[in-house]
Design a protein around this ligand. Sequence first.
Ligand code: SAM
Ligand code: SF4
Ligand code: SF4
Length: 358
Amino acid sequence: MVTKQPKSAPSVRANTGQLVQPLDQWHRPFRDLRISLTDKCNFRCTYCMPREVFGADYQFMPQRELLTLEEIERVAIQCVALGVRKIRLTGGEPLLRKNIEQLISRLALLRTPEGEPVELALTTNGTLLASKAKVLKEAGLHRVTVSLDALEDVRFTHLSDSNVTVQTVLQGIDEAAAVGLAPVKVNMVVRKGLNDDQILPMARYFRHSGHILRFIEYMDVGSSNNWNWDEVITGQEIVGRIGAEFALEQVDAHYRGEVAARWRYKDGGGEIGVITSVSQPFCGDCTRIRLSPEGQLYLCLFASQGYDLRAMIRGGSTDSQLAAYIHGVWSNRRDRYSEQRGTEQVARPKIEMSYIGG
Ligand code: SAM
Ligand code: SF4
Ligand code: SF4
């Protein structure tokens, strides 16, 4: 990848004129950038990319529509100058994106205006992780989150609508930890009647493993999964079920805006997280902005429309124009979908999770 960017991100003033780090209309700071690298995936999880919608004739984005790695880096530099401290690569399945390690090695060079490295993380379904973990770590990745919704093969292949074995994903998790991408976080989306019987087997398996298991309430993202409330198992119920077998105590959040509520096993078996986006929304602390594969900037995960950065980039906008635009988008932000769920204000089309990446 050829790039003329300097080794460290320029300071806010150097690169964005007089712009200061923005706060939105609810005084939320601009902190996390999630970059979706592709809308493609080698799984067809029933809650995310159901095969009836994402079948053999589904038209994924052509390569030319995607932001190039250089264009992604350029957006990331502006976001870091404006306050972003954490970048997460996601998708679709981000490990399907060619040369992802080259992008990581460029992002690893970014520095905040205070001179600190930016935290770099990746969310993956884990299928390609065993073979790629080492190269990702060497490129400068700090942490990895692996999605795994069941421990039983039959259940797992049904949920992911693939023929990948659980063992393949577990090997990916172990390899990631072995190369130093630890602690690995393991995300399990819980859907009543489909995999809630896997909550305890998963908890037992990951206790004392050094990996952090996190349970995610099933969300109404997108329009293709026909979500309904009856399929949600709340975080409280999940903690109750695990707590009935292993004594748990709550742990303080690491920082403002941490989405997972943390619990630890009293016997020292490690910790779990619970992400209660549906039952106890945390929009007041939402510090995330999202970049889609073809360069649309989205705020809320449940947004209907984005802001076209690719048109600006390919239309010749300067870095300061780009930064001023992103600053304006964040400053005007007012969304808080999960707190308004079910009200008329939010009854409208939403982007798909497989496109924006969570
Ligand atoms: N393919 C990668 C993976 O599965 O980890 C990254 C993209 S995936 C869209 C990011 C995360 O979103 C995964 O952990 C997935 O389980 C979660 N997810 C997808 N649809 C969801 C839904 N309806 N509710 C809650 N989480 C969901
Ligand atoms: Fe693919 Fe991840 Fe969506 Fe599953 S959750 S279909 S692995 S993008
Ligand atoms: Fe943030 Fe939107 Fe999720 Fe609320 S619903 S936490 S505003 S992404």
